[in-house]
Design a protein around this ligand. Structure first.
Ligand code: SD4
Length: 323
């Protein structure tokens, strides 16, 4: 088909886009290309949002979420809350290739990764240590919070049931600010319309230890089906994962919507309940059509992403205005 193959990824992550595009040029499969693209972002620590040294949790540790999906076979490999291993998407791929499972989490995922030959190393850097200590000093003061830090936006554990959060319409958005956080989500469509998708992220900064976001959840962070298309999400995972926006967008494309319309409808579904949520979605179909959509929210009015196909022959940055 005219514009195939296609690589599309969230945010202006040039090096990741180039790594995936190069992999395709060398004859690697869409699945391998998607893995290579996300792995490159993990090495480059894209925006501090992907890979080691970003988003320390409430105890100061960086943990990683990643997934990969083969739209030909509907196989998925995923890891959540992965500790001490830098190449999270590689471990996700190993879960797919070398286990009967789909999704491994936490310390046990690390043990699996070590068994597969991945190196175990500290994911802390000076940057993540600084982010953590600054937050600890300014925000994480539960005992003095009301008096001393009236504007504190986060508490820290241990959590008790006494302060139940408000429920129902108007419930405040998650207190964790993800606006400066840029997860990589990538869709690769091969020459014959084969679809692969992958994601990698260090998730939400100051998260409660154990928190897993949307990125490694099939249908939420990404989805791939070679009979319909692919989609990948970025943004406030604690909200977005409840709506499976990637799955919804792929199903809408299956029903005949063009990628841009499918992305917009999936974002609108969430907007109905969370008018101000921060998030974006990229969508691509099996004939090389693609699109994106984002939700207009404070400080976020346009979303940038990378596209490479046989017309551009290299990664080119594009943008959409949020709805
Ligand atoms: C998460 N969705 O862990 C990720 C964060 C993200 O751009 O995408 N930031 O909730």
């Amino acid at each position: 088909l005219a514009s195939l193959p296609l690589v599309i990824n969230t945010w202006p992550f040039q090096s990741a886009a180039a790594a995936a595009w190069d992999a395709l040029q060398k004859g690697l499969s869409p699945l391998d290309a998607a893995e290579a693209g996300c792995a490159r972002c993990e090495q480059d620590q894209c925006d501090g949002s992907v890979g080691f040294g970003g988003s320390p949790d409430e105890r100061g540790e960086t943990t990683l979420d990643a997934m990969i999906m083969n739209g030909d076979t509907m196989e998925v490999g995923a890891v959540g809350n992965l500790r001490r291993v830098k190449n999270a998407v590689g471990v996700a791929r190993a879960v797919m290739n070398y286990s009967d499972h789909t999704f491994l989490v936490g310390e046990s995922a690390t043990v699996f990764a070590e068994g597969m030959g991945f190196k175990s190393e500290d994911l802390t850097t000076n940057r993540s240590r600084d982010i953590f200590s600054q937050w600890l000093n300014q925000k994480c003061q539960p005992n003095f919070r009301k008096n001393v830090f009236p504007n504190a936006t986060m508490s820290c554990g241990p959590y008790k049931p006494q302060a139940k959060l408000q429920s129902g319409p108007g419930r405040k958005l998650g207190l964790i600010d993800l606006r400066s956080h840029d997860t990589i989500g990538m869709i690769v469509i091969g020459q014959n319309g084969q679809v692969a998708a992958a994601t990698s992220t260090n998730g939400a900064t100051h998260k409660v230890p154990g928190r897993v976001g949307d990125s490694p959840v099939a249908g939420a962070g990404a989805y791939a089906d070679s009979s319909a298309g692919g989609a990948a999400a970025t943004g406030q995972g604690d909200i977005m994962m409840r709506f499976l926006p990637s799955f919804l967008a792929v199903e809408l494309m299956r029903g005949g919507d063009d990628p841009s319309t499918a992305c917009k409808k999936a974002i609108s579904r969430i907007k109905k309940y969370h008018p101000d949520f921060f998030g974006a979605l990229i969508c691509a179909n099996t004939t090389g059509g693609y699109g994106a959509a984002c939700n207009r929210s404070p400080g976020f009015t346009e979303f940038h992403f990378m596209v490479s196909n046989s017309q551009t022959n290299k990664p080119v940055q594009e943008k959409v205005y949020c709805i």
